[in-house]
Each structure stands twice: as structure tokens, then as C-alpha cells.
Write a protein that binds this ligand. Sequence first.
Ligand SMILES: [Zn+2]
Length: 122
Amino acid sequence: MTPVEVLAAHREESRLFSMADEGFSIILCACGAELEGGAAHAAHVLDALAKAGHVVVDLPEPDIDNGRQKVWTSSIADVILGEYMGVLIDWSDADDSPTPDELRALAAALLAAAVAAEGGRA
Ligand SMILES: [Zn+2]
């Protein structure tokens, strides 16, 4: 399923019960699940995206931003976006195999640099 198909399959179908003053509601998802509140429905949708193989990445801010360069540091490599040089990867000298968390951090840094290189956030 594409992300759009996942989101469509888990859209809010209706509110079965709502106490707006209390901030409480029961939401019927298009998949048939009944969830207590909007936060539970949002978590349900994120879980459905993950199960379909899609991830939501919180793009990190650069660790260094001097106006000409942005640098995202990690234990595996530094990702550098330069004003005239594009994106460079400065690999560390670590010999150990990276952990899954280290790989996720590097992947997020690369995505953040790509978005910034296209003129987006960060
Ligand atoms: Zn659902």
C-alpha cells in the first residue's frame, strides 16, 4: 500500500461519542477500529503506516549552521551541506558495525540535508 492508500484506509470515519467539553471522544476509523480520542487515532494511523513499511522521520536540525555550511553530526559520519559544494559525507573512522539507532540517526541526517539542499526546512 502507498502512504496515501494507508491514510485513506485509516481516515476518521465518524465520532461515535464526543464530550467536547471534556476533550473525550470515541473515533471510528475507516478500518473498523474504535479508538479513544484523536491522539489514539493518530498513533493507530502511524502504526498502520509502519506496518505497511513507511516511516515518519523527525528531521533533525543541523548541529552546526554558520550560514555557509550546515553540519549534522553522528557517530557514523558527519553530513555536510555547503553553500557551493552540495552534500558531503565525512565518514568516521569507527570500526564497529553501526547499531540500528546509529543507522537511523545517519539516515535522518541525510534526509534533513537533502530537504535543506532543495531549499526546505533546516
Ligand atoms: Zn484504522
